[in-house]
Ligand binder design. Sequence first.
Ligand code: FES
Length: 358
Amino acid sequence: MIGNTNTLELLVLLILVIFGIAEIVAGRLQQTKRTFSDWLQEAGGFAVLMGVIKPLIFLAVLGLGNLIVPDWHNRFSQTSFWILFPVFLLVDDVFQYGYHRLAHEHDFFWRLHRPHHQAEEMGFFVSYRNAGLYYVLMPNIWWTGIMTFLGGGLAVTVGLILKQLVIIGSHSTVKWDKPLYTIPFLSPIMTVVERIIVTPAFHYAHHGKSKRDGISDPNGNYGNMFSIWDQLFNTAVFTRKFPTDLGLINDPKEHWSATYFYPLVKSDNPESELSGGYKKVSTSVFEPAAVEVKKGEKYLWCRCGKSKNQPFCDGSHHGTKYKPLLFEAKKDGVIKLCNCKLTNTAPYCDNSHRKPAS
Ligand code: FES
């Protein structure tokens, strides 16, 4: 079982090396503005995941499995690869879709996943940039161990290699899909491809800073290998453009020790979500906000009621189920935007704040 993980780690490393070389050949890596801290979080995160967290999870599954259900060890070793392979891959990917979405909609899990979205540029290593605890709790790593315990080692190895190709490819600056969109006869084929697997364009939209660019949706496109879950659960946004403004709107930078070891290590910056006493508080007020807008400009109205820049979104909705509302000003002038968040005509005030609570 551990032998399988070693083979897997070496193959994943090989994929990283291939994408790393491709980024160097394309001249992208030479232009990187990554700091030492960024490299440490990405390369260090990969090393600890592969060298410590995954082997320990595999050992834990092996130990618990042999203790609780010893008869199930290698139970499916004679089952056809063509049954085990799709079962492993689909269950693995739907687990990861759910976990990734939870990490955007639940405050504690968002703090573990936030370092991934602090990356202001993409790259082959970015997918490994999360807090260590994020990986320890990741259900599909446990699922990988369980399938291996049950005798599906080959399905796991092949499945994860394909999955890492898609995931590392969707984070890489190589953007393998971009030239294919420009070839007319490939365009319908790419329509099918992007509705099955996660392409770089699909995933870059998830890393864009704000919907205001007309490309990004940081609260959509949660898929990892397959985009089918986003389509099934209504979180898919298809685009063939690539956002240039990546990262978080509101990002007090933290020391890498806090981003990796949270909640064991906390940030000493009180503005940081990773600091000890940090709390998102309601900033919505009774009266609407009169704001000056320009015709044709796009604005993001805060729906969660926690922005420090009311009535506009400042990214504080991350870690909640709320998403900001994008709207375009129809004319120049002053408009009244809802600040109580009770309006039925969002983002505009409809005087709901005057109605007695029912
Ligand atoms: S801060 Fe973005 S919706 Fe409230």
